[in-house]
Design a binder for this molecule. Sequence first.
Ligand code: ADP
Ligand code: MG
Length: 151
Amino acid sequence: MRQQPSPPIGVHMTSGPEETEALAALLGAALEPGDVVLIAGELGAGKTTFVRGACRALGVTGRVTSPTFAIGQRYDGRVPVSHLDLYRLGDLAAEDPGLLADYLRPERVAFVEWPELADGFVGPVAARVRIAHRGGDARELAIEPAAADVR
Ligand code: ADP
Ligand code: MG
């Protein structure tokens, strides 16, 4: 992850999906090939909304939706992007343990929803995002860099 433009590290409140997308775009603009971003939060928190905003900043113009019947999808932006949703990893990992490797590659930026289900599968990460409901359309987003980046 680049330091310029500076990523939105810290805790943020948003009051609607557009604000979450705009915040995510700031993070997206700082990402580089090989960066993996973990996005945690319960169903409906806004993980996919966040990925959509970050993808726009990476030059992805098509639909960005949570993969429902697959573990992930790929988008072409200025850099290739992977979007993983590990909600169903339990079933899928048994089928093919190498499944994630195709998505987590040095030339791609990767976003991972439900990362807690992949402990031990995902390598080093560039940033972690946690999204929480704060009533109605309010959300709290905590964005932290990888431990190695903390100074
Ligand atoms: P997840 O991937 O975490 O299950 P989604 O991004 O698919 O969540 O859905 C979030 C839903 O919440 C969308 O319908 C979105 O429009 C709505 N929403 C309302 N307020 C916000 C907000 N502040 N940030 C993100 N999404 C919001
Ligand atoms: Mg989702």
